[in-house]
Design a protein around this ligand. Structure first.
Ligand SMILES: *Cc1c(COP(=O)(O)O)cnc(C)c1O
Length: 379
């Protein structure tokens, strides 16, 4: 089955009780048993809920995986994956990690004795050099946020395999429409479903997708034991969002290209970070592992002054200033003071995140209107 057909049909069945074509919102905490222990496969909704089960199956199918696990947020999904580790274990992470992941690793889990090493991953020799016998996970985010660095997933998988470590890929920016990390050798995929997968900026949710049965069992144990599970209404919203994922992503990519090309030719713009541009330093890797290049991009104005960037952000009319990304509407952001404020200034500078960087989540509006907005805001 091809991707668009899967996005609409995979994992989803007509309701057995009524024939309802859309998955009902099973708004229930518990399920009637006919005799103690006799049930229809559902006992309590933290453990299993039919709306969530259909979403989990759909997520697995979209990534050619066997198992999906849904969570109340992307961070709850990431938290669950980290629970696979023990004190003393080491994780090698990309150095321009999502700010919330950086905070979770350094402020919550480092004090429990898990050691995180942040290395630039466009060059796998740096990753190989960081491997020790305690390395248990390699943590990749590609394209990264907000610099759109692209990491070679297959190359990272080879390093992880040799090290006996799990390869985790945060695939939030790409979605399964653009790349399928399990097919490239990853062990665990992470999603913030809040972004492109839900796609309508109306719910916060997360997910893990895996192939390995034993890994799934361990993760499902933590999912149920720690309880960061989503409600059925949110699962319904993401299921509904998934049905148009391929159509939305196609338009995000088309608009992303036109916006990137416009900015790239603009006399007041110094640098554009979008992996589809041939000038992007990881363009070759992106072209190898991604089907298209997405709708996320960032840029720096000539002169690199924070005040100029803020003036542009204040003038935007369609590129609404807000955190988050991946919705149908275009958004703009200033990573240094918004999404990445929790990363210390020194660490930000080290990973090349300029204080004047503007990030855009290019939506699926008519691109002529988006370009007109850029024109009036940048001048
Ligand atoms: C938003 C985001 C997260 C966290 O997800 P939430 O749903 O906000 O908890 C993790 N990784 C990336 C790349 C993100 O953009």
């Amino acid at each position: 089955m091809k991707f668009g057909t899967k996005a609409i049909h995979a994992g989803v069945h007509p309701d057995p009780a009524t024939g309802a074509i859309m998955t009902p919102i099973y708004q229930t905490s518990t399920y009637v048993q006919t005799s103690p222990g006799q049930n229809k496969g559902f006992e309590y909704s933290r453990t299993h809920n039919p709306t969530r089960s259909q979403l989990q199956d759909a997520l697995a199918a979209l990534d050619n995986g066997k198992h999906g696990l849904a969570f109340a947020s992307g961070m709850a999904a990431i938290d669950c994956a980290i629970k696979l580790l023990q004190p003393g274990d080491e994780v090698i992470c990309t150095d321009d990690l999502y700010g919330g992941s950086y905070r979770l690793f350094t402020k919550v889990y480092a004090p429990y004795g898990i050691n995180f090493h942040f290395v630039p991953m466009h060059d796998m020799t740096a990753v190989e050099a960081a491997v020790t016998e305690r390395t248990k996970m390699i943590w990749v985010e590609t394209p990264s946020n907000p610099l759109l660095n692209v990491i070679d997933i297959a190359a990272a998988a080879a390093v992880a395999k040799k090290a006996g470590a799990l390869l985790v890929v945060d695939n939030t920016f790409s979605t399964p429409y653009l790349q399928n990390p399990l097919d490239l050798g990853a062990d665990i995929i992470i999603y913030s479903l809040t972004k492109y997968m839900g796609g309508h900026s109306d719910t916060v949710m997360g997910a893990l997708v895996v192939n390995d049965d034993e890994l799934n069992e361990r993760l499902a144990f933590y999912q149920n034991s720690c309880g960061g599970t989503p409600g059925p209404q949110d699962c319904f919203l993401v299921l509904r969002g998934l049905k148009t994922l391929h159509v939305r992503m196609q338009r995000h990519c088309e608009n992303g290209r036109k916006v990137a090309e416009y900015l790239n030719a603009h006399p007041k713009v110094d640098k554009v970070f979008w992996p589809g541009l041939e000038s992007h330093r990881n363009h070759a890797v992106a072209a190898k592992q991604m089907r298209d290049f997405g709708g996320m991009l960032s840029f720096v104005l000539k002169g690199d002054k924070q005040a100029d960037a803020i003036a542009v952000l204040e003038k935007f009319e369609l590129f609404t200033l807000a955190e988050s990304l991946g919705g149908v509407e275009s958004l703009s952001g200033h990573p240094a003071s918004m999404t990445h404020a929790s990363i210390p200034a020194e660490q930000r500078r080290k990973s090349g995140l300029s204080d004047s960087l503007i990030r855009l989540s290019v939506g699926i509006e008519d691109v002529e209107d988006l370009i007109a907005d850029l024109k009036q805001a940048i001048g």
